[in-house]
Write a protein that binds this ligand. Structure first.
Ligand code: TEU
Length: 547
């Protein structure tokens, strides 16, 4: 493959900019209203021009899509709604030819209730080897489930079936948890990794990488406010159990079998919502996964003090084990950051907000946040549409809500659909070039998105898209912007984040309430807002080069 980056191929993942594609919502080539693999292929030139290093594709496997594809019924094929294996092979080859790597999503904690192994387990009955691939148990006296564990999307984590037994599902009832104590499960996933590595993928994003191992003694969790806690406290029986590390070490050894292939190393990124960062660092020790999403910046308020703390403790704890830092502003599970930053305080990351939002302020801060994210050492993740400055769609009609959270919460939590609205590519009305216009997009797009399309922004030098393109170009050109270190500048007042990266690069973000006078001996490489009289305005960021 061509090496579009100036960085050494073996280390590409340490400072990669990875673009997340949520396939259902990215681009719809066949016009059925749902995105597909050929839609992604058609947009590869756009992504190459944007200047990213790799694409991570959320699950594309056969699935009833009851959790948007995180409910997998076959790990070795492509959802017919999205295309075919041949389409996926072509995508991998074409992306590589354009200098971009492909990461796909591995969902090892659970599958879909349509997976043949789960169907066989239901058929086979109590005590069977088929049931031992999952967590089937008898309930407690009085018709109670085996434990009081809560499911992530609401309600309890056990579902009773006709013969009286219960099965464990930490997420939706349609997502039975695999029993990782069973060697057959372990071997099955070894084989799935090899299946995709052999097809040429460059790595996996590991879904809920902290949850596969369970405490088989099945203790209850403590109550918080009268309800079983959702806290991932140390010792939680289904999160961050020591056994997850055995699995990750095993997978690392499999990836390392491919390390000397011409394509370069195959890598993992862990999704684990774990705090503090020292716990997350355990997942990226040298013999485990290569990197892990750091969600602490995403959770942080728009505050210099808080952001600096997060940057310091995450880099320190990750660097202590030799892993690169990663930076994430948004993903398919969270309210888009333009909307979050448009509120006085960050509201709940999931679901619609009731607090008024100032989207102009949100966009301004999102521009500054992009320059901050892309100047920090390590890898950066861009969620599809963030480069267009898309806001969260918070007024989707109830009847179109699709996230299982909506049903499981008894219609109290709207869920994550608002960040999954199909991408506006071109034109002045829905479907904005997302599809052909025959099938309606699976979620409706707002009527006022015409100015946000990729087409509209492509020719505007002041657009959000133009800022991303410039930032990504400069990031490639500047030797300082790899996986190095940063040093905080001592001449910045409270409320201003200012750091230097050697050689000669400085990033300044003004989160204070007055303009900041920039140092004189520098040249502006890029700024999120115009610089006048040498001053960086409030809620703006700048990249500087020392003269
Ligand atoms: O999410 C894992 C997860 O823990 C989420 O519930 C997360 O805590 C929440 O959305 C944060 O706002 C992963 C996937 O990213 C998500 O889309 C899936 O629904 C989930 O796993 C189950 O596979």
């Amino acid at each position: 493959m061509t090496e579009a980056s100036t960085r050494p191929a073996a280390d590409w993942w340490r400072s990669a900019v990875v673009y997340q594609v949520y396939p259902r919502s990215f681009a719809d080539a066949d016009g059925d209203g749902t995105g597909d693999v050929n839609g992604i292929r058609a947009r590869l030139p756009y992504l190459a021009e944007l200047g990213i290093d790799a694409i991570w594709i959320s699950p594309w496997y056969p699935s009833p899509l009851l959790d948007g594809g995180y409910d997998v019924s076959d790990y070795r094929d492509i959802n017919p709604e999205f295309g075919t294996l041949a389409d996926a092979d072509a995508l991998i080859t074409e992306a590589h030819a354009l200098g971009m790597r492909i990461l796909i999503d591995l969902v090892p904690n659970h599958c879909s209730w349509e997976h043949p192994a789960f169907k066989a387990a239901l058929e086979a009955g109590k005590g069977s080897p088929e049931r031992d691939l999952f967590w089937f148990r008898d309930g407690k006296e009085g018709g109670l489930p085996p434990t009081n564990w809560p499911a992530a999307f609401g309600g309890g984590a056990w579902q009773q079936i006709d013969d009286g037994q219960w099965y464990l599902h930490m997420f939706d009832i349609s997502q039975p948890d695999w029993n990782w104590d069973n060697p057959k499960v372990v071997e099955e996933f070894d084989s799935i990794l090899r299946f995709w590595f052999d097809r040429g993928i460059d790595g996996f994003r590991i879904d809920v990488a902290d949850s596969m191992a369970k405490d088989a003694s099945l203790p209850d969790v403590p109550l918080a406010d009268g309800e079983p806690t959702r806290d991932k406290y140390v010792g939680n029986p289904f999160y961050d159990q020591p056994g997850v590390h055995d699995i990750h070490q095993r997978w690392r050894a499999i990836a390392d079998e491919y390390a000397d292939s011409p394509q370069g190393p195959r890598v993992f990124v862990a999704e684990a919502w774990l705090s503090p960062a020292e716990r997350l660092a355990q997942y990226v020790r040298p013999n485990e996964l290569h990197s892990a999403f750091n969600f602490d910046v995403l959770r942080a308020a728009w505050s210099a003090k808080e952001l600096r703390q997060v940057i310091d403790y995450t880099t320190e704890s990750l660097w202590a084990v030799g892993a690169p830092a990663t930076w994430v502003l948004s993903n398919h599970d969270t309210v888009r950051h333009r909307t979050r930053y448009g509120r006085d305080q960050q509201q709940a990351l999931e679901g619609a907000g009731v607090v008024p939002v100032d989207l102009a302020l949100g966009l301004r801060r999102a521009r500054a946040a992009a320059l901050l994210e892309l100047a920090l050492p390590g890898g950066a993740y861009i969620y599809q549409g963030d480069e267009l400055g898309l806001p969260e769609v918070e007024d989707l009609p109830e009847e179109v809500l699709d996230d299982p959270t909506w049903e499981r919460s008894g219609h109290t939590v709207r869920g994550r659909d608002g960040c999954r609205v199909p991408i506006p590519w071109s034109g002045s009305e829905p479907p904005y070039g997302f599809g052909t216009g025959e099938g309606q997009p699976w979620l409706p797009q707002p009527a006022d998105w015409a100015p946000l399309t990729a087409e509209a922004q492509a020719t505007d030098p002041d657009s959000h898209l133009a800022l991303y393109k410039s930032a990504l170009r400069i990031r490639r050109e500047q030797e300082a912007l790899g996986d190095g270190r940063l040093a905080w500048d001592t001449d910045a007042p409270d409320g201003v984040l200012s750091f230097t990266r050697d050689p000669g690069f400085r990033c300044v973000v003004n989160l204070a309430d007055e303009p900041f006078e920039l140092p004189g001996d520098t040249e502006v490489l890029l700024s999120s807002e115009p610089i006048t009289n040498g001053e960086l305005p409030v809620d703006a960021a700048v990249w500087l080069k020392s003269l």
